[in-house]
Design a protein around this ligand. Structure first.
Ligand code: ZN
Ligand code: FE
Length: 254
């Protein structure tokens, strides 16, 4: 079993520290900054073995070089991003299996937000570290990929087990909920989740991790089949990818 520590940094980023107690191995996912990670490593008396990056944006790799210098850890990232991930040691892609102690972590390619974006799935623990591909009630902006690529990536995530915990890299949920309600106002599961979100945020608590089951019920970007959403968009017969693309475009201007 992995211990998973969520570290809030910057304005709304989350770094995840993973520790396997049997082997005493430690990894960090998307260290935007080094110092908050170094602080917790010292507190716990853990040694950092690996950095796992989901993509090359500065708010996901900003701590790479200092962490590497201080701990000697290895940097694992997408083969597509070999020339734009600071300190990369091991290039990985779809189907590669990483190990942290006894835990196996699968790499899944999810182009869309960026072309090299990957996510890390720990099947034994039902934990997905998905960077800026899927957010609670949202998904990443399409900076590099096409709607077709992103929709394909999201379908791969949607096919994982319902109980999968979604450890995304940003606390965007409250904002995302406003958009989700605007395109799916009668969704009872969404309305109920929205109340939970407001309660948590009012106490300055994290809404993450969410679960895949909850996102499949509430996140419009995983629900282009929904008749209610299609009616509001006036796209009754369109393909899922076109409904997805329209939702993404509307969210960009929301
Ligand atoms: Zn990003
Ligand atoms: Fe980000």
């Amino acid at each position: 079993m992995l211990d998973i520590i969520q570290i809030p940094v910057l304005k709304d980023n989350y770094i995840y520290l993973l520790h396997d107690s049997a082997s005493d191995e430690t990894a960090v996912v998307d260290p935007a900054e080094a110092n908050p990670v170094l602080r917790i490593l010292a507190e716990k008396n853990w040694t950092l073995n690996y950095i796992f990056n989901t993509h090359h944006h500065w708010d996901h790799v900003g701590g790479n070089l200092l962490l590497k210098e201080r701990t000697g850890c290895g940097v694992i990232a997408s083969s597509y991003d070999q020339n734009r991930i600071p300190g990369i040691d091991q290039a990985v892609s779809e189907g590669d299996m990483l190990r942290l102690g006894d835990e196996v972590i699968e790499v899944i390619n999810t182009p869309g937000h960026t072309l090299g974006h990957i996510v890390y799935f720990c099947r034994q623990q039902h934990a997905l570290f998905c960077g800026d591909t899927l957010f609670s009630l949202g998904c990443g902006r399409l900076f590099e990929g096409t709607p077709e690529q992103m929709w394909h990536s999201l379908q791969k995530i949607r096919a994982l087990p319902d109980e999968t915990k979604i450890y995304c890299a940003h606390e965007y949920t409250e904002n995302n909920a406003r958009f989700a309600l605007s395109v799916d106002p009668d969704n009872i599961a969404l309305k109920r989740y929205n109340e939970t979100i407001h309660r948590l945020r009012a106490q300055n608590k994290s809404t993450i991790p969410t679960t895949l089951a909850q996102e499949k019920a509430c996140n419009p970007f995983l629900r282009p089949e929904s008749a209610a959403i299609r009616q509001i968009l006036n796209m009754p017969e369109n393909k899922n990818v076109d409904v997805f693309a329209r939702l993404r475009q509307m969210k960009d201007h929301f």
